[in-house]
Design a binder for this molecule. Structure first.
Ligand code: AMP
Ligand code: MG
Length: 345
C-alpha cells in the first residue's frame, strides 16, 4: 500500500463541465486501503494543485501514523500502554482519542477504539480478506473481556498520554477514515476552497453545495452498487459501515470485522448502516456503533446519539430509514416500495 501511495496522486486538472453545472477539478489518492477522490469546484488550477500536494502529504502521514498494526506512532503508543509508560501525544492522535472517548460514552461502549486487542485476537489486523479459519476460543475472548479496556482509561494532558489499563490497545479503524476526510476538508478550506467533495471509497463529505447546485452522491450498498441517491446542499458527511467486505469465514459461516466489545463476538443482524452527519469522524464512528447495536437497538441508540439521518439495510435486504433520512434520499423509480420508514426516532 505504501508503495502505491508513494506513486503520488493522479491529478486530473481538467474541467469536466459536461458532468456538472460548475466546473470540477479532481485528484485521486490511494490511502487507507481505498481510493480517495477529491473533487473541487470553482478553484483555479494553481490553487487546486497546491491543495492537492498538501493533501497527498497529509494522507500519507495519517496512514503511517494511525496504522493499528504496521510499526509507527500508534503501535509505539500501544506498546507504551502495555508497559504502563507515559508517552507523548501527537496532536492528531490526541484528537482521535478524545473523539473516540466521546463516541464510546455516547454509544454506551458499543464503539470502543481501545478494543485493538480483540480485533487482533479475531485476526483482523490484516489487509488480506477474507480471513479463514475458526474464530478465537471462548476462553481467549473471556480473558480479553476480563481486562475490560476502554478509551476512558486514557488520560491526556499537557501533550502526554497515559493509560491506567495495560490492555488498552488503540485501533482507530472505525473512525480514522472519517477524521482523515475532515482533515482534507480543512486543508481545502485553508487553500480557499469551500466547495468540494472528498470521497473515500463511497464514504464521503461534501461541502459548499447549494440548493440550486447540490452535490449528488450515492449511498453504498452491501455487495456493491448504490442503495439510494442523496443530494447535499450544505455540509454533510455520509458514511456506511457494512459486513460485506471484511470478514472471517469458517465452514460457510461469516464473522464480520465489526466486533461487539461487550460480548467479544462478531456482530450479526445488519448488513449495513449509513449515517449522515456534519462531521465525517462522527458519521464514521456512529455507523460502526449502530452496526454493533444491531436490529433491536439501533433506533434507540440513534435517538440517544441524536442522529436523525440513518439508513439501515438488514440481513434480508430491507431498507429502513429514519424519517429525516427518508426525506433526503432519492430512489430509483420502482425502488420506493422497498424503503420502510422508522417512526422512532
Ligand atoms: P467501520 O468499517 O468504520 O465500521 O470500522 C470497522 C473497523 O473498526 C474494524 O476493522 C476494526 O478495526 C474497528 N472496530 C471493530 N469493531 C469496533 C467497535 N465495536 N468499536 C470501534 N472500532 C471497532
Ligand atoms: Mg466507522
Amino acid at each position: 500500500m505504501l508503495a502505491r501511495l508513494k506513486a503520488g496522486f493522479v491529478a486530473t486538472l481538467m474541467c469536466v463541465a459536461a458532468c456538472a453545472p460548475t466546473p470540477e477539478t479532481k485528484a485521486n489518492f490511494f490511502v487507507f486501503g481505498t481510493l480517495v477522490e477529491v473533487a473541487v469546484r470553482g478553484a483555479d488550477a494553481g490553487q487546486a494543485e497546491s491543495a492537492f500536494t498538501e493533501i497527498q502529504q497529509a494522507l500519507q502521514r495519517m496512514h503511517r501514523d494511525w496504522h493499528a498494526w504496521e510499526p509507527g506512532l500508534l503501535t509505539e503508543i500501544n506498546r507504551a500502554f502495555a508497559e504502563a509508560r507515559r508517552t507523548r501525544a501527537p496532536e492528531d492522535i490526541d484528537a482521535l482519542i478524545r473523539m473516540s472517548q466521546q463516541m464510546e460514552r455516547e454509544s454506551g461502549g458499543r464503539f470502543n477504539a481501545a478494543a485493538g486487542g480483540l480485533v487482533r485476537l479475531w485476526g483482523f489486523h490484516t489487509s488480506d480478506y477474507p480471513v479463514s479459519g475458526p474464530p478465537p476460543s471462548g476462553e481467549a475472548i473471556s480473558a480479553w473481556l476480563e481486562t475490560a479496556p476502554s478509551t476512558l482509561q486514557i488520560s491526556t494532558s499537557d501533550g502526554w498520554l497515559e493509560s491506567s489499563n495495560r490492555a488498552v490497545q488503540l485501533d482507530f479503524g472505525g473512525i480514522a477514515k472519517g477524521y482523515a476526510v475532515d482533515r482534507v476538508i480543512e486543508i481545502l478550506a485553508r487553500h480557499g476552497i469551500g466547495s468540494a467533495i472528498v470521497n473515500a471509497g463511497g464514504d464521503l463529505r461534501a461541502v459548499g453545495g447549494s440548493a440550486a447546485d447540490p452535490w449528488r452522491v450515492g449511498i453504498r450498498k452491501p455487495g456493491g452498487g448504490v442503495a439510494a441517491g442523496l443530494e447535499i446542499d450544505g455540509d454533510s458527511a455520509v458514511f456506511t459501515s457494512g459486513i460485506d467486505q471484511r470478514y472471517r469465514q469458517q465452514d460457510g459461516k461469516r464473522y464480520p470485522h465489526i466486533l461487539d466489545p461487550r460480548s467479544g463476538q462478531a456482530i450479526s443482524g445488519l448488513a449495513s448502516v449509513t449515517v449522515v452527519s456534519q462531521d465525517a469522524w462522527r458519521a464514521d464512528a456512529a455507523a460502526t456503533a449502530l452496526m454493533v447495536a444491531g436490529p433491536g437497538e439501533w433506533r434507540a441508540l440513534a435517538r440517544d446519539m441524536k442522529l436523525d439521518k440513518v439508513l439501515v439495510i438488514n440481513e434480508a435486504g430491507d431498507m429502513i430509514a429514519t424519517p429525516a433520512m427518508a426525506r433526503s434520499v432519492i430512489l430509483e423509480p420502482g425502488q420506493s416500495g422497498h424503503l420502510q420508514i422508522s417512526n422512532d426516532p
